[in-house]
Design a protein around this ligand. Structure first.
Ligand code: SAM
Length: 214
């Protein structure tokens, strides 16, 4: 995704604390408290411009959603969607997913969505991949027992890497699709990236669960 510098993005983010929060490095904040009503919690990591999570929150009013995005130039577009159509069950957060464990209670997230995560193909950038073992360890901490991760990608290499990483981290595979759009899932919500790039080839999808060993 090409990101352009957006003038005054920080100012705009801080003007709407009811919809969005900017969490800087080393800052601790319990995001579970962002909602007035307690409901199951789903989070998207790398929300980008927010089409997926904004639509999802409309379709599932009985679930609370958090969209997490590292760059304010992207998340500001998600904020624009919320300003046009506010959602009580959606909160946006500008932060790096590395801070996840500091900002979410353990055993509190039902589902994590990883939609078209940056593949970071070079080995020296492996740690930045959102399915790197260090991230999977954090996801295990914040997920409820038997919680789910659902990943979509158009990148075969990143898909294969993620399959191996989930397997090695002892996640249980529920579905694994090599051509997700052919499956015609009526519940699929297209992300901005998916709309733009799915013409070029198949979309891979993985759904895994983590059953905590007690
Ligand atoms: C290719 S874009 C996909 C955006 C959106 N999910 C979609 O499908 O349209 C990947 C997004 O993940 C974000 N991202 C990558 N690493 C991240 C991290 N460590 N924490 C939060 N966001 C991250 C990027 O900034 C980018 O906006």
């Amino acid at each position: 995704m090409r990101l352009r510098y957006v003038k005054d993005a920080d100012k705009k983010i801080s003007a709407y604390p009811q919809y969005i929060l900017n969490i800087s490095r080393h800052e601790h904040f319990i995001l579970n408290n962002a909602f007035k009503e307690e409901k199951p919690l789903h989070i998207e990591i790398g929300t980008g411009k927010g089409q997926f999570i904004h639509t999802k929150a409309k379709q599932y009013p009985d679930i609370n959603f958090i969209g997490i995005e590292k760059f304010n130039s992207a998340i500001i577009k998600a904020l624009d969607k919320v300003l046009v159509e506010p959602r009580k069950n959606l909160y946006l957060v500008r932060m790096d997913a590395e801070q996840l464990e500091d900002c979410l209670q353990s055993d509190s997230v039902d589902t994590i969505y990883l939609n078209f995560s940056d593949p970071w193909p070079k080995l020296r950038h492996e740690k930045r991949r959102l399915t790197h073992p260090d991230f999977l360890k954090m996801y295990k901490t914040v997920l409820i027992p038997n919680g789910t991760i659902i990943l979509k990608t158009d990148n075969r290499q990143f898909f294969e890497y993620s399959v191996m990483a989930f397997h090695q981290a002892q996640f249980e595979f529920e579905t694994l699709s090599l051509n997700f759009h052919e499956d015609n899932d009526p519940k699929n919500i297209m992300t901005e990236y998916e709309e733009k790039f799915s013409k070029n080839g198949p979309i891979y999808q993985i759904k895994v669960r983590y059953q905590e060993e007690k």
